[in-house]
Write a protein that binds this ligand. Structure first.
Ligand code: GLV
Length: 386
């Protein structure tokens, strides 16, 4: 690598980078660091890419761009150098590995749900890697045992997205119970005929039993938002009872079940909000779906893998369910030839749980702060205990 000369960062960041970032594509073949205190421009001997990295500061690879405001905030952070790929879509694994190697030593990585971390990526980063920061509450894309083994810290974004996800869940409950999607489709297809006593008649929530799988922070917020709809009672299943959360649901109150098999026959509406773990993978299968009363509604805002999707399709085809609302499915994005798209009574959203502008800003900011504090050895705003 050849040392060129000192340059003001704005001369690079504002022209070359902005143009490339605006295109949404990876801007160049080699890495470029962006931070307001950089002093040195380097020319890579192998790639010809311009680099300006300060030697002493920890480097954080930003695998894909976060929100615009968050990216602007990066520019003000002076304690670390950020290496931005400039990618706005999924950062491919080979691209991440190339950046990790060409910009070594990398102390931190910022990524999202879409960048799966594995041993190869950790090996490419090498022993300099101190922290990974994911812009998500879920972390099933990160091999936590490997991080623990290598003493790599993991930052994530719990809590800030709870309200947004709870809103989506309530939206899906209402849409599925009252057949929003099928009804709108009929209307648009010109099939709205004269008033009919049974056409598009769905299920009301008054007096019904709503079952929540996983009464964590998201589960309880869903239930709280459903109280004003005059739900008859809440039941929930998980690893332990939450008396504190139950109290916030009074009236109508909530009852804990350790067994899904015992709870499911009671549920007019089932809302899945638990984390995807080896213990919850595939727990909602054919047999369990058939335990629900006929005409029950199923909503999943957690992870597609908790439901055995072919089993869900089969149960819907058998006419057992009154409606289904999914914000998560398998795989994501859902291929256009997937069976789910051909079934009636399905309200499907493209994983929008946290998608409010406010939430995504907060998530981005926490992700950056987690990464910076993580590499500097300071407390992270939200660190997962490994
Ligand atoms: O699904 C969303 C997340 O894990 O943040």
């Amino acid at each position: 690598m050849r040392l060129l000369h000192a340059l003001s960062p704005s001369s690079i960041a504002s022209s070359t980078l902005r143009a490339h970032f605006a295109s949404g594509k990876a801007p160049h073949r080699g890495p470029i660091a962006t931070s307001s205190t950089r002093r040195w421009l380097l020319l890579s001997g192998t790639t010809g890419a311009i680099r300006h990295l300060s030697v002493a500061k920890p480097r954080i690879l930003v695998a894909r761009e976060l929100t615009e405001d968050a990216m602007a905030a990066l520019e003000k952070e002076t304690r670390v150098d950020f290496i931005r790929t400039g990618i706005r879509e999924v950062c491919p694994k080979d691209t991440m590995i190339r950046y990790l190697k060409e910009s070594a030593p990398i102390s931190g990585i910022i990524l999202t749900l879409t960048e799966k971390v594995d041993q190869e990526i950790l090996d490419a980063a090498g022993p300099s890697l101190k922290a990974i920061s994911t812009m998500s509450v879920g972390y099933e894309h990160i091999p936590t045992p490997l991080l623990k083994e290598r003493s790599i810290r993991l930052g994530y974004t719990p809590d800030v997205l709870t309200d947004a996800v709870a809103e989506i869940a309530v939206g899906l409950v209402l849409a599925a119970c009252r057949k929003f999607r099928d009804a709108e489709e009929e209307l648009r297809a010109g099939k709205w005929g004269a008033w009919n006593p049974t056409w598009m008649a769905g299920m009301g929530l008054t007096g019904k039993t709503v079952g929540i799988v996983g009464l964590g922070s998201c589960g309880v917020e869903v239930a709280r938002r459903l109280v004003p709809f005059k739900v008859g009672r809440f039941v929930y299943q998980g690893t332990r009872p939450h008396a504190d959360k139950e109290r916030t649901l009074t009236p109508p109150g909530a009852t804990f079940y350790s067994s899904l098999d015992e709870m499911l026959p009671l549920c007019d509406v089932l809302v899945i909000t638990c984390a995807l773990t080896p213990q919850t993978q595939g727990i909602i299968n054919y047999g369990r779906l058939k335990l629900l009363p006929k005409g029950a509604v199923v909503v999943n805002v957690a992870r597609g893998g908790i439901v055995v999707q072919p089993d869900l399709v089969r149960v819907v085809r058998e006419g057992h369910l009154g409606g289904v609302g999914l914000d998560v499915m398998t795989p994501e994005p859902l291929p256009m030839d997937d069976e789910l798209l051909r079934l009636p009574g399905m309200t499907l959203l493209p994983h929008l749980g946290s998608a409010t502008r406010e939430t995504r800003e907060e998530m981005s900011q926490i992700t950056i702060n987690n990464a910076v504090n993580g590499v500097l050895g300071e407390p992270m705003p939200a660190e997962l205990k490994l």
